[in-house]
Design a protein around this ligand. Structure first.
Ligand SMILES: CC(C)(COP(=O)(O)OP(=O)(O)OC[C@H]1O[C@@H](n2cnc3c(N)ncnc32)[C@H](O)[C@@H]1OP(=O)(O)O)[C@@H](O)C(=O)NCCC(=O)NCCS
Length: 128
């Protein structure tokens, strides 16, 4: 079990009641959306321009997320191809309860893949 996040902090947000599933935990689709936003920010920075998500190689939900948790997405680029990038992502939660701040823990990890595109939506070479 890792004790610290891999990569840089890309996004930080608050899990809200409207993001819940029928069990009262945070909906996995909302977490996937946070991952895609975070990975997209890094891919955009690396490629200096427009990107699209092309695929998700892996995603594992390790622990549930609760309403009120501070949800942080960390990431790093594990591969830059000609036009594509693989971004490894981790979601960490810092529970902030009435009695104080608890130790942060990882709730999800994933690899999202992006392609740099030109104005016409065609793959564009990434300058390395
Ligand atoms: C992504 C897209 C631009 C790729 O276009 P394409 O003509 O199929 O491109 P290519 O086959 O030349 O592949 C381009 C790169 O993508 C990579 N790629 C293609 N399919 C992939 C997949 N399923 N997973 C990972 N990488 C993939 C290729 O390996 C190649 O990488 P490289 O240049 O680093 O070697 C096109 O498929 C597209 O527009 N898809 C829709 C994207 C979208 O709407 N996403 C959701 C909203 S952001």
């Amino acid at each position: 079990m890792s004790t610290s996040p891999k990569g840089q902090l890309l996004t930080r947000t608050l899990a809200m009641p409207s993001d819940c599933n029928a069990n009262g935990d945070i909906f996995g689709g909302w977490i996937m959306s946070q991952l895609d936003l975070a990975g997209g920010i890094l891919a955009k920075e690396i490629s200096h321009g427009r990107i699209v998500t092309v695929s998700v190689s892996s995603i594992t939900f390790k622990k549930p997320v609760s309403v009120g948790d501070v949800v942080c997405v960390y990431g790093e680029c594990s591969r830059i191809g000609n036009t594509s990038m693989n971004i490894d992502l981790e979601v960490w939660v810092k529970p902030v309860r009435d009695h104080g701040v608890e130790e942060r823990f990882m709730v999800c990890d994933a690899t999202f893949n992006y392609v740099a595109i030109d104005e016409a939506g065609r793959p564009r070479p990434i300058q390395k």
